[in-house]
Design a binder for this molecule. Structure first.
Ligand code: ATP
Length: 268
């Protein structure tokens, strides 16, 4: 459809401070941000920065958030696409969309292209069949080879996937997605930091302990924690409370975990 073809392009207001935990990853993102902001300095030194960055790991852990923070920190356009948008049953359509994506990026440069679910385009190519997939991936490889970061127009491509293991190795080669950063589920300290970020502008009752909530949310992602906080706020409203209480959080955790169990049981 036309809409998915027009990958969203916007200025991002997300900052690295909105991303909780992931300290080492944020440092790497800062380095890339510095390059985007002071490209001259790097050019003079002959230093290269990765053109493509692959963020991989379980869902809901902040990959999209990080990419948008890079755009926000550098005040560059943020072009968002999803790998599944490029999969079409008609041969050539996917490749054409990839071409258009890069055309847009060149117009908007400096910019960050974010391709979520890159595995939908970038799964290992095979000899027989699937020529549409192969064409789309080949087009992506061609586009990535086609511009240099030394050019005036800086385009940084960030891909995200939960399945790095199925990606075609051609995509991971130098000059393409040559920097791979693993983003895992948050540990207790990170969960507490995520809770802090997400409760920042919410009225919390005095007895609320983010520490306790962090302990109870073991194994959950940042996305789960964000929905727990929202669920707790909704419960507080429903109960006509002025503040969100620990009980609201406990009930919200139960709901989110029950929802997950239900999802898992329908999958298996
Ligand atoms: P997917 O693989 O499903 O696309 P993702 O890794 O891209 O997931 P995001 O879309 O970045 O996940 O995260 C979803 C939401 O979860 C974010 O918008 C944010 O509200 C919250 N979140 C996840 N990780 C963090 C984090 N480290 N700090 C703050 N919020 C987070």
């Amino acid at each position: 459809n036309e809409k998915s073809n027009e990958n969203q392009s916007l200025k991002s207001s997300v900052k690295l401070a909105d991303v909780a935990g992931l300290e080492e990853v944020k440092e790497e993102i800062m380095e890339i941000a510095d390059f985007i902001k002071h490209a001259e300095k790097y050019k003079k030194m002959g230093a290269k920065i990765p053109k493509g960055i692959l963020l991989y790991g379980p869902p809901g852990t902040g990959k999209t958030l990080l990419a948008s923070a890079l755009a926000g920190e550098t005040n560059t356009a943020f072009i968002v696409a999803s790998g599944s948008e490029f999969m079409e049953k008609y041969v050539g359509v996917g490749a054409k969309r990839v071409r258009e994506l890069f055309e847009r990026a060149k117009e908007k440069a400096p910019c960050i292209i974010f391709i979520d679910e890159i595995d939908a385009i970038g799964a290992k190519r095979n000899e027989e069949g699937q020529s549409e997939c192969n064409q789309t991936l080949n087009q992506l490889l061609t586009e990535m080879d086609g511009f240099k970061l030394e050019d005036e127009k800086i385009i940084v491509i960030i891909g995200a996937t939960n399945r790095i293991d199925i990606l075609d190795t051609a995509l991971l080669r130098p000059g393409r997605f040559d920097k791979h950063i693993y983003i895992g589920n948050p540990n207790k300290i990170a969960r507490k930091q995520i809770l802090k970020v997400h409760t920042k502008n919410k009225p919390l009752s005095k007895e609320v302990s983010l520490e306790k909530i962090a302990v109870k949310t073991h194994g959950l992602s940042g996305a789960h924690i964000s929905s727990i906080v929202n669920e707790a706020a909704l419960l507080a409203v429903r109960n006509n409370r002025e503040h969100i209480t620990q009980l609201d959080f406990d009930n919200a955790i139960e709901r989110v975990i029950a929802g997950l169990k239900m999802k898992n049981s329908t999958v298996s």
